[in-house]
Design a protein. Structure first.
Length: 328
């Protein structure tokens, strides 16, 4: 097992975030749910820009870009994207140029992440209401154009949910296990979001490396189980290529994926998730947003209430704080 961890540690990354992120109890939530111990891991506090899970992914992705001699990072996403803003922040720190390619028309009002983008003087290209595939083609064209101009562009693919990006969450779960022993706490069940599946794939792979100290619950915020599972499996394969250590486990045995809290999918709030955006900070002084983190909490609360999990729970707060200001 030590050897596998050595291999994981030998994958190069930037060392720019603030880790380990804090772990603490949610006592008012424990009281409300009548559940003994509920923890939160504050991956919203990863230390650069508005923080969040993307810092862990970008430590790996931008190291790959740096090693390849890139000078310009191309990142794309929907309007008010966490990834675009956080990438722009990390690029400032690492002295990369950054261009964001964004769905929709140039906004009149700059709220949420868009305000931060403006403060950063991020070069944002608004390409109208296109599909994800069309956006991908636009990014590829821009990549070629920049190359012809003599620049060295690098594209961040799959919303940073690639094997290399997911390495951040392989590390995160190893970090969590170390924290459990240092803080002398026991965590049984982890709750994390599943959109493109990068966070989930990293956690699941890392948990396997550690020989399953945790049970992982993935709350889908975007796709139905089948598609999310396909994405997670694809990313795990990519991780296995990077570490050169493969496991032949079935995803169904390695985690619990649930898709009944996602409502109409990515970005579509449900009445429960919207209520959570108000209720949770009023209890715990911690903000959650409408797209990812509130849905995970709705799922976690429901599974705890229905006694579907046993033992101590831990909510992985993946961030998104700045997007909240563009959601109302
Ligand atoms: C991007 C993002 C995620 C990503 O989830 P994946 O399943 O890895 O795609 C989760 N939470 C927040 C707040 C994010 O910004």
């Amino acid at each position: 097992m030590i050897r596998i961890i050595d291999k994981i540690n030998s994958v190069k990354k930037l060392d720019i975030g603030c880790f380990p992120t804090p772990v603490h109890r949610l006592k008012n939530t424990e009281r409300e749910l009548g559940h003994e111990k509920i923890f939160i891991k504050r991956d919203d506090l990863t230390g650069i820009g508005p923080g969040g899970n993307k810092i862990r992914s970008l430590e790996y992705i931008l190291m790959e870009a740096k090693e390849g001699g890139a000078d310009t990072i191309l990142v794309s996403g929907p309007m008010n994207s966490n990834l675009c803003t956080i990438t722009a922040c990390v690029c400032k720190k690492m002295n990369f140029d950054c261009i964001s390619i964004v769905n929709g028309n140039k906004p009149i009002e700059f709220k949420g992440n868009l305000l931060l983008d403006k403060l950063l003087e991020l070069d944002s290209l608004y390409i109208g209401n296109v599909t994800e595939q069309e956006r991908g083609e636009y990014v590829e064209d821009l990549y070629r154009k920049l190359q012809e101009e003599g620049r060295k562009p690098y594209i961040i693919k799959h919303g940073a949910s690639s094997g290399i990006g997911a390495m951040g969450y392989v590390n995160a779960i190893i970090e969590l296990q170390e924290q459990c022993s240092k803080l002398n706490i026991k965590i049984d069940e982890i709750f994390a979001p599943g959109a493109n599946g990068g966070v989930a794939a990293g956690l699941i792979y890392g948990n396997t490396v550690l020989d399953f100290p945790f049970k992982i619950n993935v709350i889908s915020v975007e796709y139905e189980n089948d598609l999310l599972e396909q994405n997670i499996n694809r990313i795990i394969k990519e991780i296995e290529e990077i570490t050169a250590v493969g496991f032949n486990y079935k995803l169904k045995d390695a985690c619990n994926i649930v898709d009944n809290y996602k409502g109409k999918g990515w970005g579509a709030k449900t009445s429960e998730s919207e209520k959570m955006v108000f209720d949770f900070p009023r209890k715990e002084g911690v903000f959650v947003e409408n797209i990812y983190t509130s849905k995970v909490l709705v799922g976690m609360f429901d599974l705890i209430r229905n006694k579907r999990i046993s033992g101590n729970a831990c909510f992985i707060h993946t961030g998104g704080f700045s997007s909240l200001f563009g959601q109302f």
